[in-house]
Design a protein around this ligand. Structure first.
Ligand code: ZN
Length: 97
């Protein structure tokens, strides 16, 4: 999917249509501590009782989608504030043109 670098959009801060820069947010790195669920998962892997979350079998619904939604944000060129796009787009690769 190709996106234009600049787009005229409504800015909720200026309350009018202005030129916006399109920004693709790349997934951020995890912070030091893992989430509670992940800590529990890690703890469970140590003991007996097998793998806590088995991989889905063929035909199972989990993990069907091969693409991820991209986090797209718009930056207003007048007030320099960012606001997110309504919905992320599902695409394998997103480029700015
Ligand atoms: Zn603005």
């Amino acid at each position: 999917m190709k996106l234009p670098k600049k787009r005229r959009k409504y800015c909720p801060f200026c309350k009018k249509y202005t030129e916006h820069k399109v920004i693709i947010i790349k997934s951020s790195k995890k912070r030091g501590a893992l989430s509670l669920g992940q800590r529990r998962f890690k703890e469970k892997l140590k003991g007996y009782g097998g793998y806590p979350r088995p991989k889905p079998e063929k035909g199972a619904k989990y993990g069907v989608k091969t693409t991820k939604k991209t986090d797209i944000r718009y930056e207003c060129t007048e007030c320099k504030k960012q606001h997110p796009a309504k919905e992320g787009k599902r695409a394998k690769k997103v480029e700015l043109v």
